[in-house]
Design a protein around this ligand. Sequence first.
Ligand code: NAD
Ligand code: MG
Length: 362
Amino acid sequence: MSDVRRELRVELGERSYPILIGTGLLGHYDLTPWVMGDRVMVVTNETVAPLYRDRLDACFPGKQVDHVVLPDGEAYKDQETLTRVYDALLEKRHTRRTTVVALGGGVIGDMAGFAAACYQRGVPFIQVPTTLLSQVDSSVGGKTGINHPLGKNMIGAFHQPEAVLIDTDTLTTLPEREVPAGLAEVIKYGLIREPEFLAWLEEHVEALLSLSPDALAEAIYRSCACKAGVVAVDEREGGLRAILNLGHTFGHAIETHTGYGSWLHGEAVGLGMLMAADLSCRMGLINEIERERVRRLLQRAHLPARPPSDMTPDDFLRRMAVDKKNVDGRMRLVIMRQLGEAFVTDEVEPENLRATLTHFCE
Ligand code: NAD
Ligand code: MG
């Protein structure tokens, strides 16, 4: 039955909202307190709709619920597919009092959120994330948007949801690689700011991989709380929020080298965090025992330990040089002062960076 195990509030003044985490929520939990009008437009995709659409409808008793079912995949996080959401809203005569609901992973969450931010200059929305990555990452922070042919996530808006409903039962139907990929972002929170959570993860990584509801509720709660804490200090990415990019500069280099899709984002970030740990060790910030702890945890989480075999240090450097964090031509990287404390620096010695890259590429 419906069981909310953990609940937290993302504190953003009048844009604050709750995140409800539990099991059996889809099909039972009443979401109508977060719906101001009589109508709801559910945005989902063709993979998730047959699994969860009917159960989600039951969360809106007394409301008129419409659906728009999009094709599945990052390739469809584009302007053309977004237009289909506006078409559905207009054809069914939805007004400013409608509520948009995102049912799916991060792709659907980002697109539905952006549609809600733009439709009639902004309507409320609710997030129902169904991948581990979207539950611990994209559903917190208010970033929404789509890709442009010239760049990922280049068109978007900040738009906070009314509520986030996380039913961990949805993870049971995920493709096998998606859980480790989501765990990479969970481990990231431990590494950047939460040493106690990191130790907790070292005890519970197998329980998480086997989808224990108690372990999942705890890990998702602590991850969302960590991201919410960072976002509350820095809603629009002035400073602190950059630490959320631990492992991402290395990871993006892998994702672009291999072409988006063959490595999952979380897999690339997982290896990126190991590379950041290695670099932090070479810079004398963390010691070898700590680096080994990172390696061991990522390995137990079934994340890759080596880059694609055809990738060279120069491939990394070339891709990393175009990262968004770089300022005035200086490479900015997130590294660790100790496990559980990350920071951004533009003072990485090129020799240390090259030594790390060479170590992983040999
Ligand atoms: P995704 O949305 O593509 O989902 C992965 C796959 O799992 C898809 O095929 C999806 O249809 C399927 N799926 C989803 N839920 C399922 C379920 N319960 N059972 C079976 N299959 C299911 O990928 P993702 O990893 O969730 O999200 C990645 C996207 O999130 C990227 O576009 C990224 O840019 C974005 N993102 C946004 C933020 C943010 O702050 N807004 C943060 C991180 C990532
Ligand atoms: Mg990420």
